[in-house]
Design a protein around this ligand. Structure first.
Ligand SMILES: Cc1cc2nc3c(=O)[nH]c(=O)nc-3n(C[C@H](O)[C@H](O)[C@H](O)COP(=O)(O)O)c2cc1C
Length: 327
């Protein structure tokens, strides 16, 4: 079936539709994943990056990051660069109910790369192989990887990502998501989709998930057409518009500003249900401001949002903003 309908498989796990919510640190936590699944249109959700080192120390925060309200299929993403620790924590993800476990080889943040994790693994194919192999051996669920196009432009130009792709195949990974910026680019410049197309052309056995700069439904179709990827992964586009997956699925689907405010309200209610009020307020301040960009009354609402310390008052402000859209 033509994109985005139909499905793709990660081993025997059918993912349908072929749309994936990207892992976003401090965003795609349990409440966000519940919310985005409720909005609909997304085939796979991924946890935010969980530090394997923190998890192995049983840090409370990392354990909370593993919590899941029953969304399936569901992937947990680990960061780290010590094979034995990654193996141990991959087992914890499996025990916690993840359908698959992903290794982060893309994070550009220096606090992650200085320990050799995230995109720093792209500079050391042997270590990367040891990490992936240790995870594959440790669990029965599929192991996947999310990578960048390389550490810097010269590594990208040498096409070293293709060596990684073949190494991953031999090590037994079962899907790969590519965000084709280099680490040096951070989030600047553009995602070079020709890298995704080259990865697809490499003919490896596992599916290639394309990612980067899909902001509109049109971008999703273009990525599918231009690269031949098995699925499209969307990150920031779903923050600007959490209905983007629905829009990709159904070109007739119309999002009104009232629906956007209603979604913000629903998100806040999920946050209040699952988190302490203080944490829920912190999250809605961060994410609610994206959700309400460009909405009539949104600027005034965001000023209140920033100052608010009272969940009930904020719920009332959101109800008022919703009525303003309907008027
Ligand atoms: C705020 C933020 C947090 C992110 N956190 C993660 C993460 O935890 N794990 C990961 O693999 N990528 C992370 N990324 C990268 C995204 O998953 C994605 O690869 C990148 O944003 C490009 O896709 P997009 O253009 O659709 O946003 C993050 C990106 C942003 C903007």
């Amino acid at each position: 079936m033509t994109f985005p309908h139909g499905s793709f498989f990660i081993r025997d796990l059918e993912i349908s539709p072929r749309l994936v919510m990207a892992p976003l640190h401090e965003i795609t936590d349990q409440p966000f994943r519940k919310f985005i699944k409720e909005i609909g249109g997304v085939g796979l959700v991924v946890s935010e990056m969980i530090s394997s080192e923190a998890l192995v120390r049983s840090a409370r925060k990392a354990e909370k990051m593993m919590a899941n309200t029953g969304e399936h299929p569901y992937s947990m993403q680990l960061s780290g660069s010590t094979p034995s620790v990654l193996a141990e924590t991959a087992r914890l993800c499996e025990e916690a109910g993840a359908d698959m476990v992903d290794l982060n080889m893309g994070c550009p943040a220096s606090n992650v790369t200085k320990g050799g994790a995230g995109s720093a693994l792209l500079r050391d194919v042997r270590l990367a192989e040891s990490c992936v192999s240790a995870m594959v051996k440790a669990v029965k669920i599929p192991v996947t990887v999310k990578m960048r196009a390389g550490w810097d432009a010269s590594q990208k130009e040498r096409g070293e990502f293709l060596d990684f792709l073949h190494m991953f195949e031999a090590a037994g990974i079962e899907a790969l998501a590519i965000h084709p910026r280099t680490r040096a680019q951070q989030y600047e410049g553009h995602a070079d989709w020709s890298i995704i197309a080259r990865a697809v052309d490499a003919g490896v056995r596992y599916p290639i998930i394309g990612n980067g700069d899909v902001i509109t439904p049109h971008d999703a179709f273009r990525m599918d057409r231009e690269t031949g990827c098995a699925a499209v992964m969307i990150g920031r586009g779903a923050l600007y518009n959490p209905f983007i997956f629905r829009e990709v699925l159904d070109p007739e689907f119309q999002v009104t500003t009232e629906m956007r405010v209603d979604a913000t309200l629903r998100f806040f209610r999920i946050l209040l249900e699952l988190l302490e009020p203080r944490e829920a307020l912190h999250k809605i301040k961060k994410i609610g401001s994206w959700f309400t960009k460009g909405i009539p009354g949104g600027v005034a609402f965001r000023q209140k949002l920033n100052q608010s310390n009272d969940p009930e008052e904020l719920l009332a402000d959101l109800e008022a903003l919703k009525h303003m859209q309907a008027a």
